[in-house]
Write a protein that binds this ligand. Structure first.
Ligand code: NAP
Length: 486
C-alpha cells in the first residue's frame, strides 16, 4: 500500500467493547511524521469517561474470556502472528511514518512483535498446576493458575508494536481482558493491531484501546477502579514511580519495564570486529531510542584508541534520512524535545572535555535528525554517563582492570542490561554474573528475544516479559485443600 492508503485505512477512533467510536466530547489530536515534521492524521482523544467505558467493557468480558478454552485463545494469537507476518510491510510503513525509524528497523520490529504472539500462542496451552499429597499423608493439595483479571497496559512510543504485543500476548493467553493506553506520539500502530486482532477472532471487550493527549486522564480512572487487577507499564522510571504509588490503594499487581543505561564492556582479548559490530547494533538499533541501547562504552585502555577509531568509521558511514528512503540506517528522533535532550547531554560532555570523533550536532533541514556521534575522552562527571541519552550517541571511557570495569558498569541506578565482549569464557561468566542487571549480552549486541525473559532490576523495574516467566505475570496461583475422610 502507498503511504496515503496506509494512513487512510488505519482506524482513528477509540476501540471499546469491540466497537470503534469517537471520544466522549468528540475531540481529536494530531499524529505527526517526525521525518518531515508534517501532520499524518488525527485520532480520537480519549477522555476520562471513555476510560471508564473501557473498564466496563473489560470487566464485562472477563468471565467469559477466562472460560474460553486455552487452545482457542492460543489459536487467536497464532492467527494474529500469521496476519502480522503477512502484512509486515504495511505495518512497518505505518510505524516508520509515525515514529521515524527506518523501514528496515520497522520490519525487524514487526517480526519481533509478532514473535510474542507466536510464543504466547504456544504458552496458552501450557499453563501449569499440580496435585500433591499433604506431607502428613492425609489430604491432597490441588494448585491451579487463573487469570489475574482486567489489566491496564501502558506502552511507550519507541517500539509502538512490540511493547504492546509482549503485554497483549500473555494477557490473551492467560485469559485476561485489557485496556491499552498507547503513547500519544504513536497511537496508529496500536490501533492497526487492535483491528488485526479482531480479524484474528479476538472477542469484543477483551482488548480496549484508548489513545489520549492526557495519559493520566485515562489511566487515573482505570487504576482507581478496584476491578482492574493489574498494571503493566513500559516507559520512563520517573513515570513508573508515580504509577507504583497509584497502584497502592487497590494493591494491583504490577510489571514495570523502565529506563536503562547499559554499559558495553570491551576487554583487550575481545575479537574487535565482533565488538564493533555489536557496538553498532547495541547503540544504533531504533536510532538509539531503546531502553537496551548501549549508553556507556567501557573499553580496556590498551585497545581504546583502536576501538574508538573503528567505531567512529562505522558510525560516520551510516546513512541518515527519512525512514522510508532506501538504504537509510538512521532516521529522525521522535520529536524536537528528544533531540534537544540529546544535544544537551552531548553539549555538557563536550564542555567538560569530551571530544566528538564524529557527529556531535543536530542535522539541518526538516525532521528531528541528530548525527550519529562518538565521544572520546568522556570525563567521569559528564551527565551522559549517568542519564539515559535515548539517541545515537556513543560515549567511550576506559578502564584498566576487570574490577574497575564492573564497578563503573554497576555505578548507576539502572539495571536493565549489560554487554560484555571477551574471548575468555571464565571472564565472560565472571563479568556476566557480576553485572547488576536483569540481562547480559555476551559477545552480542542484541538480547531481545520473545522466548527469553526480558526485564531489569533496580530503577529499571521488576517483572519479566516473554520467556517462560512472561505468562506468569498475568496469572494468580490458587490452591485447593482437599481433606480426605480415610
Ligand atoms: P514515558 O514518558 O514514561 O511514557 C510511557 C507511557 O506512559 C506513554 O504511553 C505515556 O503517555 C504514559 N504516561 C506518561 N505520563 C504518565 C502518567 N503520569 N500516568 C500514566 N501514564 C503516563 O516514557 P517514553 O518517553 O514514552 O518512553 C521512553 C522510556 O521508556 C525510556 O526511559 C525507556 O528506557 C523506557 N523503555 C523501557 C523498556 C523496557 O522494557 N524496560 C522498553 C522501552 C522503553 P504519553 O505518550 O501521553 O506521554
Amino acid at each position: 500500500m502507498s503511504e496515503r492508503e496506509i494512513i487512510e485505512r488505519v482506524p482513528k477512533q477509540l476501540f471499546i467493547g469491540g466497537t470503534w467510536r469517537g471520544s466522549d466530547d468528540g475531540s481529536v489530536f494530531g499524529v505527526d511524521d517526525p521525518g518531515r515534521g508534517s501532520r499524518l492524521c488525527e485520532v480520537a482523544d480519549g477522555q476520562g469517561v471513555d476510560a471508564k467505558a473501557a473498564v466496563e467493557a473489560a470487566v464485562r468480558a472477563q468471565d467469559s474470556w477466562a472460560a474460553t478454552p486455552p487452545r482457542e485463545r492460543g489459536e487467536i494469537l497464532r492467527r494474529a502472528w500469521r496476519l502480522m507476518t503477512d502484512r509486515a510491510d504495511d505495518l512497518a510503513l505505518l510505524m516508520t511514518l509515525e515514529m521515524g525509524k527506518s523501514l528496515t528497523e520497522s520490519r525487524a520490529e514487526v517480526t519481533y512483535a509478532a514473535e510474542y504472539f507466536r510464543w504466547f500462542s504456544e504458552e496458552a496451552v501450557r499453563i501449569d498446576g499440580n496435585y500433591k499429597r499433604n506431607p502428613d499423608g492425609g489430604g491432597r493439595m490441588v494448585v491451579t493458575r487463573r487469570p489475574v483479571g482486567p489489566c491496564l497496559l501502558i506502552t511507550p512510543w519507541n517500539f509502538p508494536l512490540a511493547m504492546g504485543t509482549r503485554k497483549i500476548g500473555p494477557a490473551v493467553a492467560a485469559g485476561c481482558t485489557m485496556i491499552v493506553k498507547p503513547a500519544q506520539l504513536t497511537p496508529l500502530s496500536m490501533l492497526a493491531l487492535a483491528d488485526l486482532l479482531t480479524e484474528a477472532g479476538l472477542p469484543g471487550g477483551v482488548l480496549n484501546v484508548v489513545p489520549s493527549t492526557s495519559a493520566s486522564r485515562v489511566t487515573g480512572p482505570v487504576l482507581t477502579d478496584p476491578r482492574v487487577r493489574k498494571l503493566s507499564f513500559t516507559g520512563s522510571t520517573e513515570v513508573g514511580r508515580k504509577l507504583v504509588e497509584q497502584c497502592a490503594p487497590n494493591l494491583q499487581r504490577m510489571s514495570m519495564e523502565l529506563g536503562g543505561n547499559a554499559a558495553f564492556l570491551v576487554f583487550d582479548d575481545a575479537d574487535l570486529d565482533v565488538a564493533v559490530d555489536g557496538a553498532v547494533t547495541a547503540k544504533m538499533r531504533n536510532n538509539g531510542e531503546s531502553c537496551v541501547a548501549a549508553n556507556r562504552f567501557l573499553v580496556q585502555s590498551s585497545i581504546a584508541e583502536e576501538f574508538t577509531r573503528r567505531l567512529t568509521d562505522r558510525m560516520a558511514g551510516l546513512r541518515m534520512g527519512h525512514g522510508t528512503e532506501s538504504d537509510v540506517a538512521v532516521g529522525p528522533l521522535v520529536n524536537e524535545g528528544q533531540r534537544g535532550k540529546v544535544s544537551e547531554l552531548v553539549g555538557d560532555a563536550v564542555e567538560r572535555g569530551a571530544r566528538a570523533t564524529t557527529g556531535g550536532s543536530p542535522a539541518e533541514g526538516d525532521g528531528y535528525f541528530y548525527r550519529p556521534t562518538v565521544l572520546a575522552d568522556v570525563p567521569e562527571d559528564a551527565r551522559i554517563l549517568r542519564e539515559e541519552v535515548f539517541g545515537p550517541v556513543a560515549p567511550v571511557t576506559t578502564f584498566d582492570t576487570e574490577e574497575e570495569a564492573l564497578s563503573e558498569a554497576n555505578g548507576t541506578e539502572y539495571g536493565l542490561v549489560g554487554y560484555v565482549f571477551t574471548r575468555d569464557l571464565d571472564r565472560a561468566v565472571r563479568v556476566g554474573e557480576g553485572l547488576d542487571t536483569g540481562m547480559v549480552g555476551v559477545n552480542t549486541g542484541l538480547v531481545s528475544n520473545a522466548s527469553a525473559p526480558f526485564g531489569g532490576v533496580k530503577a529499571s523495574g521488576f517483572g519479566r516479559e516473554g520467556g517462560d516467566e512472561g505468562i506468569g505475570e498475568y496469572l494468580e496461583t490458587k490452591y485447593l485443600a482437599l481433606t480426605l475422610r480415610s
